[in-house]
Design a protein around this ligand. Sequence first.
Ligand code: 6PG
Length: 240
Amino acid sequence: MNIEHLSDLEALTERAAELFVAIMRQSVEDRGRFLVALSGGNTPKPAYERLARPPYGDSLPWDCALIYFGDERMVPCDSDESNYKMACESLLNHIDIPAWNLHRIHGEDNVSEAARLYDVDLRALAQETGEALPRFDLMLLGIGPDAHTASLFPGTVVLDNTRDLAAGVRLPDTSEGALHATERVTMTYPVLDASRQTLFVVAGDDKAEALSRVEAGDMSAPAARVRPTDGDLLWLVCDT
Ligand code: 6PG
């Protein structure tokens, strides 16, 4: 398992931003665009804020970047629980990026309809290159203490969904994820695994057990089941 241990959150943030920029620039040079799926939650927020500041900010080719989301909570996009709102407040509102480059999941809709629409969006992206699956240049992911990633939570049927590119998730009230939203839309494993570069960004000692399960290859840990078919997988971890 390819893992980098960083000394603290600031070092993790800098490293994540540095990798984001390097992958972005290489993708634009190689293919004329940068396909990225942003992670939600709190951990990536400092890295998004870092990307909005010099020397990055509008020096980056945001007009070539297509921004998607690995998952979304089924809440209005102005809710403090919205991954889209977090991304806007930390990054998207502070850079010059065309609105049509942003592909959010419609958290305000019915969960099944939002999943269907996002599935259609992802299939359209794949069809641009004649592929069955979209191939993201960068898939940003986090991990929860229960070892979920995106909204692929333990015990949910979406873990075995290899048919859809995006799917609705309904969590029991006992699930860790229910603290933020009991209904979600998530990319499924086939989309995650088609990525060129997958980057987990992990902070906090509350993730230690989940991380050790992944390192042990515990397939009951959803994050352990992210296995790029033809891409690189790197974990950036700080345990403070
Ligand atoms: C979500 C995220 C989720 C997140 C983990 C870690 O919508 O909740 O996509 O998968 O990455 O829960 O969250 P923190 O970074 O807040 O610990």
